[in-house]
Design a protein around this ligand. Structure first.
Ligand SMILES: NC(=O)c1ccc[n+]([C@@H]2O[C@H](COP(=O)([O-])OP(=O)(O)OC[C@H]3O[C@@H](n4cnc5c(N)ncnc54)[C@H](OP(=O)(O)O)[C@@H]3O)[C@@H](O)[C@H]2O)c1
Length: 335
């Protein structure tokens, strides 16, 4: 019997971006509690590139052949007999540990939510991974109204969402980015500070100017590269300094290391915020499935704003490119 096949981006061995090849492989079999989703868009994040290169995420055994991708949007094409709440044809977004850079993905129904009609397909495909990390960080650091928060790596996938969630919580946000992303940070609503030599002094001056105190209330390090060393000079309480990027340094300095806690409830809240215009989902660049190696090369640079996305299939309901109205407006500014 010939099994049905699908196209997927597969790393047959650990290595650089060029180990990724688009292959025809067997369609995944669906378990009783799962839904089968025809994938529309898949977000990319540094963890995809790191796992492809051989990194083992905590609690997960990654072995080639590896299909990267931890988040997706798409359409339900089959449901397991115990997978309640979804019907064939439902527009959804969701998450799983790898396996998403393919035409189809199976996933427990508990890791999928309905896509709000107002949320564009591409924005839905890149929301889960960075969004849920940013949401977890906001909760862990306990950001509240009136506080001043510093975000290292504020322009990236996680930083972009964390800045906006902190602003929605009523905080003043000071973010670091490279020279090219200073206007972007201001557009998001943050006070923009350039990283690099003299960064600590610039951050100190920004805290003095924008808060009633000499120190910030909390810091998120979404950049790594030793950013926590500046953070501990700017915030006295190390339980309000968290890194998502540099576990050994967080440990050494007695700061928190924050891991994303993913759930459908968290994702639903983010999707509603984005669909209702409270959260901009910035698409850095779009790639076709065949361009997956180039997409990995880009995320490995460690620079850029928002998220890169792979387009696997464009559902008919898609009306326009672009994430949200705000995103299109921003692109229109031509900085
Ligand atoms: N713990 C977890 O659960 C978890 C979850 C998701 C991600 N992460 C990790 O968190 C980090 C950020 O993820 P991401 O998806 O946001 O990555 P990303 O999209 O690649 O963004 C990284 C950002 O860091 C900035 N950056 C580069 N060098 C910097 C420096 N020296 N100082 C300050 N900022 C600098 C870049 O800004 P410019 O472009 O302006 O240079 C870029 O916007 C990665 O290390 C990732 O592996 C951890």
């Amino acid at each position: 019997m010939t099994l049905p096949t699908m196209r997927a981006a597969v790393a047959e061995s650990f290595g650089g971006p060029d180990v990724l090849q688009v292959r025809k492989i067997a369609m995944p079999a669906i378990a009783p509690d799962e839904v089968l989703v025809r994938v529309a868009y898949v977000g990319l994040q540094p963890a995809d590139a790191a796992a492809r290169a051989g990194w083992q995420p905590p609690g997960v055994a990654v072995e080639p052949p590896l299909i990267p991708g931890n988040e997706f949007s798409g359409t339900v094409t089959a449901t397991g007999r115990l997978a309640t709440g979804f019907e064939i044809g439902d527009a959804v977004l969701g998450f799983r540990v790898f396996g998403c850079s393919a035409e189809y993905v199976t996933v427990p129904a508990s890791q999928v939510i309905r896509k709000p009609a107002a949320l564009p397909w591409d924005a839905a495909g890149v929301l889960s991974a960075s969004g849920q990390t940013a949401h977890t960080a906001l909760e862990t650091l306990g950001i509240t109204a009136g506080e001043t928060v510093i975000v290292h790596g504020a322009a990236g996938g996680v930083g972009t969402i964390f800045v906006q969630l902190s602003l929605l919580a009523g905080a003043t946000v000071i973010g670091t980015a490279g020279a090219e992303n200073q206007d972007y940070l201001r557009w998001l609503g943050a006070v923009a500070v350039e990283y690099g030599p003299g960064e600590l002094g610039r951050l100190r001056a920004a805290v003095r100017k924008h808060s009633s105190s000499e120190s910030a209330d909390a810091v998120l390090d979404a950049a790594g590269r030793g950013s926590l060393r500046a953070a501990v000079e700017l915030t006295p309480n190390r339980f309000r300094i968290g890194s998502i990027a540099e576990p050994p340094l967080a440990d050494e300095l007695g700061c928190l290391f924050i891991r994303s806690q993913r759930s459908s409830e968290r994702l639903r809240e983010l999707a509603e915020l984005a669909a209702n215009g409270y959260l901009n989902v910035t698409i850095r660049r779009r790639y076709r499935l065949e361009e997956v190696a180039a997409a990995h090369r880009e995320i490995e640079t460690g620079h850029g704003r928002g998220k890169a996305v792979l387009e696997i299939h464009q559902p008919q309901e898609t009306t326009e490119w672009g994430a949200t109205g705000q995103d299109l407006e921003y692109i229109g500014i031509e900085l």
